[in-house]
Design a protein around this ligand. Structure first.
Ligand code: DOR
Ligand code: ZN
Length: 346
């Protein structure tokens, strides 16, 4: 049992940092264990122009701890009205790495999202030509579809027709949660990949619903059955380059989670690398952690590997019960629990 681990510095290819006062908490929490992160654009209003993305990027940089080398990578929010020429501008901007498609109504701040894929086909065609990746929140929004089936139905009804129409479009299927998504991803060739969160590796729906309702484990896509969790653990730890790290760390203040209509999202940034290390160790796959956390994502986005390293040591510590957030509190993932891996800042 090794006492320490040294990795090429990891990247988080899917994170929500929010804006305004939230940045006092979120930026440092992610910069703590990631050198780069792909920042989700679902603010209010959404980040749907180059200028908005560049301004937001500057606000993120303004909140970095002293001497941090953290780099925010930006994404644009796709709407029914996104003009095709925005894709050309995004490609030449160099700091915009992807365009995010939220099916309208699928999740937090998604009402400005896409109402029908046909409406954005000219934009997607240009993205395929310029090789700008599309990030998919892969859930259908039809209220007749069960919440636990929304991802699997999306694969059949939306993703597969899109792949057939535009096979060259680079796609990341974000925060996958099902055996069906794992199998789908494994069957793809070309620039196609999936991100996997640490919470979908650690938990299944029993943790959310089986022993009292746990609002701090509510996220979208929702946690699924144990067999789906096992498929995700197998995929993430397998060394397959089509799977890489995206935390989907998505902070919501305590009162908006512990509510009659609680928000979806899990704040995992304060414990992310420590918990990924725990999962990979449990699966006997610590030797694949660096590829998942630090190489597969960079390869997909055609970025160089980070030149510095992150060290983790075996040094038990207790996750705080809560953290200050927006003048109130936020409950991080694994609050109050003892973790065995710790980031070594020495
Ligand atoms: O749980 C989630 N929270 N899933 C998402 O897709 C969005 C996110 C958020 O922004 O809160
Ligand atoms: Zn997300």
């Amino acid at each position: 049992m090794s006492a320490s681990l040294t990795l090429i510095y990891p990247d988080d290819f899917h994170v929500h940092l929010r804006d305004g006062l939230a940045l006092n908490t979120t930026v440092a929490a992610t910069a703590r264990c990631f050198k780069r992160a792909l920042i989700m654009p679902n603010l209010l209003p959404a980040i749907s122009s180059i200028a908005a993305a560049l301004d937001y990027r500057q606000r993120l940089l303004d909140h970095l701890p002293a001497n941090s080398e953290f780099q925010p990578l930006m994404s644009l929010y796709l709407t029914d009205d996104t003009p095709v020429h925005l894709i050309d501008q995004a490609k030449t901007s160099h700091c915009i790495k992807a365009v995010k498609l939220y099916p309208s109504g699928a999740t937090t701040n998604s009402h400005a999202g896409v109402t029908a894929i046909e409406k954005v086909m000219p934009v997607l065609e240009r993205m395929a030509e310029l090789q700008l990746p599309l990030l998919l929140h892969g859930e259908v929004t039809d209220p007749a579809v069960d919440v636990f089936d929304r991802e699997a139905v999306f694969l059949d009804n939306v993703l597969e027709p899109l792949r057939r129409a535009l096979p060259e479009l680079p796609i990341v299927l974000e925060h996958i949660t099902t055996l069906e998504a794992v199998d789908y991803c494994r069957a793809q060739t070309g620039r196609f990949a999936a991100t996997i969160t640490v919470h979908h590796l650690l938990y299944n729906r029993n943790a959310l619903l089986g022993n009292g309702l746990r609002p701090h484990l509510f996220c979208l896509p929702i946690l699924k059955r144990q067999r789906h969790q096992q498929a995700l653990r197998c995929a993430a730890t397998s060394g397959d380059p089509r799977f890489f790290l995206g935390t989907d760390s998505a902070p919501h203040e305590l009162r908006t989670k512990e509510s009659a209509c609680g928000c979806a999202g899990i704040f995992s940034a304060p414990v992310a690398m420590e918990l990924y290390a725990q999962v990979f160790e449990e699966e006997g796959a610590l030797h694949h952690l660096e590829a998942f956390a630090s190489r597969h994502g960079a390869d997909f986005y055609q970025l160089p590997y980070n030149s510095s390293t992150l060290a983790l040591k075996r040094d038990p510590w207790i996750v705080p019960d809560s953290l200050p957030y927006l003048g109130g509190q936020i409950i991080p993932l694994a609050a109050g629990q003892q973790l065995s891996w710790k980031i070594n800042n020495d």
